[in-house]
Design a protein around this ligand. Structure first.
Ligand code: BES
Ligand code: ZN
Ligand code: ZN
Length: 499
């Protein structure tokens, strides 16, 4: 379920409910002047009787007893004069959604720039965006309609309503990209596998003007993509490489930015099979590709003036009589050979060919890959940060800035010659595990990828810990995927690649 609408209006709707801000200490926010005196008295009484403290994000709701409004929802704004970041405004929007979702069909929010000492009403955009992001949940497989959400519409009250509504359009479209990513990532592996995910990409993106090209096994064999094909050879579902091209720049020949996503639609581990405990979560192992898909949708529907190529490397990693074995040696598209030490370190294998293809075919300005690549990054950074690896400080800094701006946090991790050497093999050019005892599994996986970018400007984001919503760290339902990366990389493009 998702909110049908975030809209803007000059005055609150009658027969709806209203959201009123309260600072710590019980003071009402400035927009309270829009409420008549008798209702104000009721609000003040509730604040004192129910000891509402106004802590940031806390809420209290009650029936209004007035002719005009149904329910009053008080939302805590924290200490007065604290400067809120854009991400905090999103969080406030999410809290408002949660507080209001069970009450009414429409709720009007009475918050103004004076409440936050900001100079414009634009904060309402991020607040509305936060409500929208929080309203998404993955419930299509619940047949008993258990969701009690009644809220359909949030109306943000401002004197600049029409200007804000115009500006909100691009957030609305961005959210649709994020929801597409969340949806395909959350889908189970019996529904989403390489063929169906590639098909979905085509259906979603072609109408938006994205060129979608789907490479099947034969074509990949011709190209020599044996690292990718090897991972998929044990599954009845054959691999795909979905290549998505958005030519938004006025100069068709502008070098594109390339985004490459790991798309293992199910990672059983293959012959190096995973333990049963938690294996079902490996249906999320295509999150990198899901994010690339959602990102392309957001870019194309907002018609960003930039050239972008998105590559989804799609395989299912299964054990069977035809599956790849530990000990096999394969030749990648780059010509470099790989000794397979574990069939469960499969993400780096498919990315090896996808990265090589991206850099060779499109000569991109920068390549950024996203992958649920290692359990080790989750050990290092938990569920709060994605791991960022890069061969270019400028690119890494740009990504770090966008991470702060969007709340999709990253933490930069090292790449070194020592770790690079640790993946040298005795019988081939490299192995897909590092030498025993090297540890630093997130880094050694990234070192492997670095051997396939041919010196191009590159960043790798290991999203293994952040792609499902744990501990309410992201503005997301707690039963599905976060779509981490769509907003981050959208922001990166907007800030750095648009002239
Ligand atoms: N898909 C997993 C990584 C993963 C782990 C994602 C936990 C999300 C949550 C990846 O393919 C994998 O199995 N990695 C192995 C690598 C090891 C064999 C070197 C791992 O991290 O254990
Ligand atoms: Zn694996
Ligand atoms: Zn995997």
């Amino acid at each position: 379920m998702v909110l049908e609408k975030v809209s803007f209006a000059n005055v609150p709707e009658e027969n709806s409910s209203i959201v009123v801000g309260v600072y710590e200490g019980g003071r009402l926010a400035s927009n309270a002047h829009r409420i008549d005196d008798s209702l104000l008295e009721i609000i003040k009484k509730n604040i004192s009787v129910r000891k509402f403290e106004g802590k940031f994000g806390d809420s209290l709701s009650f029936v209004s007893d007035s002719e005009i409004y149904n329910n009053i929802i008080l939302i805590g704004l924290g200490k007065k004069d604290t400067k809120l970041t854009e991400v905090q405004f999103e969080k406030l929007g999410a809290k408002i959604f949660c507080a209001a979702s069970f009450l009414d069909e429409t709720v009007s929010v009475l918050l103004s720039k004076d409440d936050f000492s900001t100079s414009s009403e634009d904060f309402l955009l991020r607040l509305g965006f936060g409500s929208l992001l929080k309203s998404w949940s993955f419930d299509k497989y619940k047949t008993k309609n258990e969701s009690k959400q009644r809220l359909r519409q949030i109306v943000l009250i401002s004197d600049n309503a029409s200007e804000l509504a115009q500006k909100f359009n691009s957030f609305q479209k961005l959210s649709e990209g994020i929801f597409l990513a969340r949806e395909v990532i959350s889908e189970p592996a019996n529904v989403i596998y390489p063929e169906t995910l590639a098909q979905r990409a085509k259906e979603e993106l072609t109408p938006l003007g994205v060129e979608v090209d789907i490479l099947e096994t034969e074509k990949m064999q011709e190209l020599g993509m044996h690292a990718l094909l090897g991972v998929g050879q044990g599954s009845i579902h054959s691999p795909r490489l979905a290549v998505l091209r958005w030519n938004g720049s006025s100069n068709k020949n502008d070098q594109p930015v390339a985004f490459v996503g790991k798309g293992v639609t199910f990672d059983s581990g293959g012959i190096s099979i995973k333990p049963d405990d938690g294996m079902h979560e490996m249906r999320y192992d295509m999150a990198g590709s899901g994010v690339v898909l959602g990102l392309m949708k957001a870019i194309a529907s907002n018609k960003l003036p930039v050239n972008v190529v998105g590559i989804m490397a799609l395989v299912e990693n299964m054990p069977s009589g035809s599956a790849q074995r530990p000990g096999d040696v394969i030749k990648s598209m780059s010509g470099q050979t790989i000794e397979i030490m574990s069939t469960d370190a499969e993400g780096r294998l498919i990315l090896a060919d996808a990265l090589w293809y991206a850099q060779e075919k499109y000569n991109p300005k920068a390549i950024i890959d996203l992958a649920t690549l290692t359990g080790a990054i989750v050990v290092a950074l938990g569920h709060e940060f994605a791991g960022l690896f890069s061969n270019c400080d400028d690119l890494a800094d740009q990504i770090k800035l966008s991470a702060i701006e969007t709340g999709e946090k990253v933490w930069r991790m090292p790449l070194t010659d020592h770790f690079d050497k640790s993946i040298d093999s005795d019988i081939a050019d490299m192995m897909n595990l590092s030498k025993r005892g090297t540890r630093a599994g997130g880094t050694t996986a990234a070192q492997f990828l670095q051997r396939f970018v041919n010196g191009k400007k590159w960043a790798h984001i290991d999203i293994a810990g952040v792609e499902t919503c744990k501990d309410n760290l992201f503005i997301c339902a707690n039963n599905g995927a976060t779509g981490f990366g769509v907003h981050l990389l959208y922001d990166l493009l907007e800030k750095n690649y648009i002239k």
